[in-house]
Design a protein around this ligand. Structure first.
Ligand code: GLY
Ligand code: MN
Ligand code: MN
Length: 439
């Protein structure tokens, strides 16, 4: 027998808040399917972020139908209890446990979805559902919507209109509550301390995989259930691949090591990148590129306050990093012409950051009706400028080839500026040189 570890009032309150925006309609949210890893082994299961956000439910093969103001208001379809499967794979709540433990008005076995869902949806005037995320559920929904249409008889009504659920929920997820900020700060702090442990461990001859192991060990030891995304442990030229994930090389004397890794804590993730020398001492060339990126990162973080738009941060990143590339001799010409031609993308091919929360690239609109949206207090995002100079880039000065640097912190917007939730992991050159390799 298991008990949920989360306070169910949190999820009920979220549903209530969302319900105010969809009165008369219904929200349908599905879990992710389980994925086969190989033969009869599955990837570790992690619930869909929206399903978790609205229910705290962690099992696969489940659907939530939420009809604010109607009875029953919150309905779940879940796996049946199955003593044999539970002997092999572990406890299932079943419909009764779902109702009892999760503040759900009515729960059914998932096989009853095709029969029961039309009865629930025939009473609403529109449905919020994200199509094409879960193929199997899409097919079921197609049948349900057609059943609802047939139930209308010759009234002239066609299919219920479908509105995108993820856009709706994403807007709510974007502004974090005090409870969420507590989880995020913990995820950020575990992540920061994991990076610090990795720095202590690193020295010439260790493998990228061993460094990954240090991060994972630290994350798990501090209460993280899993990482928020795949570990990027990239030494030397590997750092010029943005999401390098082979993590199978030896860290060499004289190379830099870029680590982009985040611990997930109660479903919220940190997302930190640090870059430092494997042997603990920056070369002059490495230091020049590093300082240029660090200066840009700090300037952008200093600019953050409510009312500015994310697009300004992107444009600042582009402008300041292009200045840096000109100073380093990576690019030549007029800055405006270079940016117009997107020349800076050769060495900085990504954006300045992204919303952060339950997903590493979290939900929420960056633009509304074509206009960039002003950022508000308690939105959280990353600031992660970088410069990446591939080893085989013969147009770059020889001394900089094979250097890839990204510096990434996790920022919360406050009422007047910002809080850096990942400031406890060093990023100044002098501070990094004090800790790398000093176990
Ligand atoms: N860790 C992925 C990213 O920084 O966007
Ligand atoms: Mn990021
Ligand atoms: Mn990252």
């Amino acid at each position: 027998m298991r008990k949920p570890t989360f306070d169910m009032n949190i999820f009920a309150e979220r549903r209530k808040k969302l319900g105010q925006e969809i009165a008369g309609g219904a929200l349908v949210v599905g879990s992710h399917p389980e994925l086969v890893r190989n033969h009869d082994v599955h990837f570790p299961y992690r619930q869909d972020s929206n399903m978790f956000y609205l229910t705290g439910w962690e099992e696969p093969d489940s659907v939530l139908i939420y009809r604010p103001g109607m009875k029953p208001e919150t309905v779940m379809f879940v796996r049946r209890k199955d003593p044999e499967r539970e002997t092999w794979d572990g406890f299932r709540y079943g419909p009764e446990g779902c109702e009892r433990e999760f503040k759900i008005d009515k729960a059914y076995h998932i096989d009853e979805f095709a029969k029961v869902a039309p009865q629930l949806l025939k009473e609403v005037d529109r449905v919020y559902y994200r199509l094409y995320k879960n193929h199997e559920l899409d097919e079921r929904m197609q049948g349900v919507l057609e059943s609802v249409r047939q139930m209308q008889g010759r009234t002239g009504y066609g299919l219920l209109s479908i509105h995108d659920a993820d856009t709706l929920i994403g807007e709510m997820r974007l502004v974090k509550s005090e409870y969420e900020l507590t989880q995020m700060r913990e995820a950020c702090e575990i992540t920061a301390q994991g990076h610090l442990a990795a720095m202590h461990f690193t020295r010439p001859g260790v493998t990228e995989r061993q460094v990954q192991g240090v991060l994972a060990h630290h994350f798990f030891m501090k209460g993280s259930a899993r990482e928020g995304y795949g570990y990027i442990v990239a030494s030397g030229n590997n750092a010029t691949t943005l999401h390098y994930n082979f993590n199978d090389q030896i860290c060499k004397d004289g190379d830099l090591l870029l680590i982009d890794a985040g611990a997930e804590y109660n479903y919220y993730t940190g997302d930190i990148t640090r870059t430092f020398p494997v042997n603990g001492k920056f070369t002059d060339e490495q230091a020049r590129v590093y300082e240029a990126v660090l200066k840009v990162q700090k300037e952008i973080i200093d600019f953050v306050k409510p009312g500015i738009v994310f697009k300004d941060l992107h444009e600042m990143g582009t402008s300041l990093l292009t200045d840096a590339m000109l100073e380093l001799g990576l690019l030549s010409g007029r800055k405006d012409d270079l940016i117009q031609a997107l020349a800076q993308k050769k060495y900085y091919p990504h954006g300045i950051g992204h919303w952060l929360g339950l997903d590493v690239h979290d939900a929420g609109l960056y633009f509304k009706k074509g206009e960039p949206r002003p950022i508000e207090a308690n939105m959280c995002f990353t600031v992660e400028p970088g410069i990446y100079i591939p080893a085989d880039d013969t147009s770059a000065p020889q001394r900089y080839r094979g250097i890839g640097i990204r510096i990434e912190d996790n920022i919360r917007v406050t009422s007047a500026g910002s809080e850096n939730m990942t400031s406890s992991v060093p990023k100044e050159i002098a501070d990094l040189e004090k800790v790398v390799g000093k176990a």
